[in-house]
Design a protein around this ligand. Sequence first.
Ligand code: PLP
Length: 399
Amino acid sequence: MKVAEVRADMPFLENVVYMDAASTTPTPKPVVDAMFEYYHSYNTNIGRGAYRAAIKATSEVSKTRSRLAKFINCDHDEIIFTNNTTQAINLVSHGFNFKKGDSIIVPNIEHHSNLVPWLNLKKLGVNIKMIKADKNQMVNPADIEDAIDESTKLITLTHVSNSIGSVLPVHEIGKIAKENDIYYMVDAAQSAGHMSMDIKRIQADFMAFPGHKGFLGPVGTGLLYCDMEIMEDLEPIHLGGGTVTDVTETDFKLAKPPERFEGGTLNISGIIGLGSAIEYLNRIGMENIEKHSKKYTQMMYKGIQDVENSIVYGRPEAIYDIVGFNISGVHCHDVAKILDEQARICVRSGMHCAIPAIRQIGAYDFGGTVRASIHYYNTKEEIKILIDTLEEISRFLGD
Ligand SMILES: Cc1ncc(COP(=O)(O)O)c(C=O)c1O
C-alpha cells in the first residue's frame, strides 16, 4: 500500500500534522470497521457461550493471536493479551517470583513503565543494577556483561528509547543473557510495528508490546510474549473467571497458558481490531515501513539540526522514527504549543515518562524535550512544515 492509500484510511490526518506516533497512532478505517462489525453483528463474550455468535467472537480473538504469533515468530499460546505495555511488564515484575538477593539489570534510559515496576521490587530485597547509557542513550553490551554476577536473574531493556529514538543492541544483549543463563526481557513499545521483529533472533524470554502504537491497533490493547518453556514459572496476577479449569470450595486448578493469565473479560473488540491492524501492516509491507522510517527519520533529524538554536539529541544513524530536540531559549511545552497553534502539528513535549533518561541527556532543565515521532503515514511535506515552523519559532523566540 502506498502512503496516500494509508492516509485515506486515517481521516484524522486531514486536519493535523500528526507526529506523536510514540504516544499512540491513528486507527485505520479497516481496523475501526472490524471493531464496528463486532459490535454490530456478534457482540458477545468469548470462551463461554456455545452459541454461534460467541463462537465467532472466540475464533476472531484466536485469529488475532495467530496473526501476532506469525508476525513476531512465536507460537499461538505464547501470546498473553493485556491492555497495554505497562500491564505486560507488570505481569512479569509481579508474577515471576523475584526474591530477596536477586538482581535485575536495567539501563538508566527506560520509560517509567520498564523502570518503576523493577524499582518497586527493592521492597522485596531485590537489587536493581542500573546501567548508565552514554549521552546519546546508547547502552554498551560490555557494561551489561560486567554487571552480571550469580545473583542476576533478569536483564530488561527497551528496544528503542521512547525519549530520543536510540536503537539499543537487543540482539547482542540477548546473546549475553543466553550465554549467562539469565532471563531476558525486551520492551518493544517503540519498535513493534515500526520494524520487523523475530523473537527467536532476539532470544527474549519476555517481550512487552502495545497494540496501539506501531501496530496501528486500537488503544486498550497490548500483549506479553512469554517463552512457553518458562510460562509455568510465571504466576498469574489476576485470578478469577477464565483462568481456571476446576474449582472446589478449598482449591482451584489453573487453566493452561495463556488463558490462566487473562482473567476476566478481555478487550474483545480491541483485540479483533488489533488482528485487523496486523493484516493492515502486512498489506503495507514491513520492508516498506522500514525503508520509509530510515529515510524520514534522517530527513527530520537533519532538518531540525539545521534550524538555528536547535539542540538535537542522539546520533542520527542510531535513531529510528523518533527525534528529540529543544530550541534554546524556548521551553519545550511552548515549542509544542506553538507548533500546534501555527501549523496544527501534534508532537509531545516534556519528560516523556522517562525522567532519568531526560536527565541523562542533560535536558531536565529545559523541562524535557520536544519529541517528533513518525510512522508510515507521515510525508516529506509534513516534515517540511515542521522544519519551517521551527525556523519561525527560533527566529522569534530562540537564543
Ligand atoms: C518504551 C516504552 N515502554 C512502555 C511504554 C508504556 O506503554 P503503554 O502506554 O502501552 O503501557 C511506553 C509508552 O510510550 C514506551 O514508550
